[in-house]
Design a binder for this molecule. Structure first.
Ligand SMILES: [Zn+2]
Length: 172
């Protein structure tokens, strides 16, 4: 049992699991960072070094990029993902590893193919034209199509100016 479980009477009440949250995110088009609705149009996510390199390579070659391996990470608002790229330790730090191997099936696949091909960026905030999802009995999988914006970074705080500008735009 998790260390922190709110109790109600005799029954432990668990918070929404990641699975339930992801399913709601996928079905209701909710941002995976702030849980608020995302408008129609592009969605954003933070990608690691391998996927960033694969996208850079595809763009340079004029090929469409498809993340063919689904990921467990849902999309979010542009501002939320710019923010997440700076505050989320495992996303922001080049050498940090994610906790669950299942969370990055695409990265291992991609890094095998493109390792050494493109250097520089440690990751990127990427806008996609649309996302697809599948809710299975145990997992929620996302797949992203059509890169509409590509903001690579060597260190995540490079996005601070972009985030400030985005927040200014939203405030108007
Ligand atoms: Zn958001």
């Amino acid at each position: 049992m998790p260390a922190i479980t709110p109790w109600e009477g005799e029954e432990p009440r668990f918070a929404l699991t990641d699975y339930e949250r992801s399913a709601a995110c996928a079905r209701k088009r909710l941002c995976s960072v702030c849980d608020q609705a995302m408008p129609q149009g592009p969605v954003w996510r933070v990608v690691g070094a391998a996927e960033s390199a694969a996208i850079a390579e595809a763009l340079a070659a004029g090929r469409p990029y498809r993340n063919l391996e689904p990921t467990l990470e849902g999309p979010g608002h542009r501002a939320c993902m710019l923010y997440a790229s700076m505050v989320c330790p495992y996303l922001a730090r080049p050498n940090a590893r994610r906790g669950t191997p299942a969370a990055e099936p695409d990265d291992d696949m991609t890094s095998h193919v493109v390792r050494g091909a493109v250097r520089g960026a440690m990751g990127a905030v990427v806008g996609f034209g649309e996302y697809e999802y599948a809710v299975t009995s145990s997992r929620v999988l996302f797949r992203f199509l059509d890169v509409v914006e590509f903001l690579p970074h060597d260190t995540a705080d490079e996005h601070l100016d972009e985030l400030r500008a985005e927040l200014d735009r939203m405030a108007k």
